[in-house]
Design a protein around this ligand. Structure first.
Ligand SMILES: *Cc1c(COP(=O)(O)O)cnc(C)c1O
Length: 401
């Protein structure tokens, strides 16, 4: 017997039919239900729920999609970052330069891998790490730099690469948000020694829980990461340890990916490029309505592309003068928003011991006061984008238009 999803709840779940949630994938599941169901039943029949054949199938599919020599599936983007840093050779006490404007996991992963995060500012007119600020942050203990590809753009990988070469730094990428983004045909995460992907539900390719992956073209990094995700086990007998089968080689942990997540992701991956195109069209629609409104400082489409860049809009982020007023207005109108990010990392309590003060990294601090993300997801309709724009216009023009 074929099971069915319950009738649509989208738009009514949170109250009025006219509400626009910040994120919703109920329609996406309805659209892809037969593929998702088929893959999930295969996992149940197979009886292997982590590290099984569905995970392996998803890894191979993602290698084809990204062009990576190795994809290592794990349980979250955050663990993928920790494994990447360790596998790329971070040693206790090594410094890793990261942007101050990013999700906190970028910097906390450095701490979990035994390193020390050092914060750099973002570039003028963009959200990526500023290569000059990276150069200024280098010390004798700096070993790596980790640019982040935020929202809809790659970081300045050429500029970061120049600084890294000059100082002998390894480049690892927090490409958690960057599925589908490429520079001259090379997928994000493969522009340094390795990168990650997050499949947190709200990401461009989202699971039904947590999942992530590490990407690399480097055989040794992939090998180490595969051990680290599975308690440090090598998975094969090593000549150096005769008599010990499946030896535990390094101190690892449990970062394995669930096969049920892989089952959903494998089904959604077949539609990813179409979803990305739809996101781009919605993003242009937002831009056309919003760029000339009073108090709007920046819309995504007006940031110049980097040379050879394939853009993917994961988050549609605008900057406005009265951000908090706009958020309050939209919330009252039943429209979801998210503030990415409310506070730069160098001013977060968990990094207070690093001794930063307000004013140290002014561009990161300024954008935290003006940025807000608008609803954007695979099955968001143009009507709903128009409704969000109507409300923004009403707020910014005082209802005069
Ligand atoms: C989502 C995200 C992460 C963490 O990924 P999880 O899968 O949620 O652990 C790390 N860095 C950035 C920039 C992200 O957006």
């Amino acid at each position: 017997m074929k099971s069915t999803l319950p009738p649509p709840v989208s738009g009514e779940r949170n109250g009025r039919r006219s509400d626009v949630p910040f994120f919703d994938q109920s329609e996406t599941f309805r659209r892809l239900w037969s593929e998702i169901e088929g893959n999930c039943v295969r996992v149940m029949d197979d009886g292997k729920f982590s590290h099984g054949s569905m995970v392996a199938g998803f890894e191979r599919a993602l290698e084809r999609y990204t062009g990576a020599r190795h994809v290592v599936g794990v349980n979250s983007g955050t663990d993928a970052l920790v494994l990447l840093l360790r596998a790329a050779g971070l040693r206790p006490g090594d410094e890793v330069i990261v942007p101050a404007y990013t999700f906190v996991a970028t910097a906390s992963a450095v701490v979990h891998a035994g390193g020390v995060p050092v914060f750099a500012d973002i570039e003028e007119g963009g959200y990526g790490i500023d290569p000059d600020s990276v150069a200024a942050a280098v010390t004798a203990r700096t070993r790596m730099v980790m640019p982040v590809h935020l929202f809809d753009r790659l970081a300045d990988m050429e500029g970061v690469g120049r600084v890294a070469r000059a100082h002998g730094l390894t480049v690892v990428e927090d490409s958690a948000e960057a599925i589908g983004m490429r520079a001259n045909g090379v997928h994000a995460g493969l522009l340094g020694v390795g990168g990650v992907l997050s499949f947190f539900p709200a990401k461009t390719l989202g699971a039904v829980g947590d999942a992530g992956a590490l990407l690399t073209d480097d055989d040794a990094i992939a090998d180490t990461a595969r051990m680290l995700r599975h308690h440090g086990r090598s998975g094969r007998t090593l000549a150096a340890f005769p008599g010990i089968s499946n030896p535990t080689v390094v101190t690892g942990g449990n970062s394995k990916m669930d096969d049920l997540q892989a089952a959903v992701l494998l089904a959604k991956l077949t539609r990813l490029d179409a979803d990305i195109e739809h996101r781009a069209a919605l993003s242009r629609r937002y831009d056309d309505r919003l760029r000339d409104l009073p108090g709007v400082r920046a819309v995504p489409g007006d940031t110049p592309a980097r040379p050879g860049e394939d853009r993917v809009v994961y988050v549609h982020l605008i900057e406005v003068d009265d951000r908090d007023g706009l958020v309050a207005h939209l919330t009252a109108a039943g429209i979801g928003t998210e503030v990415y990010y409310p506070r730069p990392l160098h001013l977060q309590p968990c990094f207070a011991h690093l001794g930063h003060r307000s004013g140290d990294l002014p561009r990161a601090e300024a954008v935290c006061r003006s940025a807000v993300a608008l609803p954007l997801y695979a099955d968001l309709t143009e009507d709903r984008v128009d409704r969000v724009c109507d409300e923004i216009e009403r707020f910014l023009t005082g209802g005069s238009r």
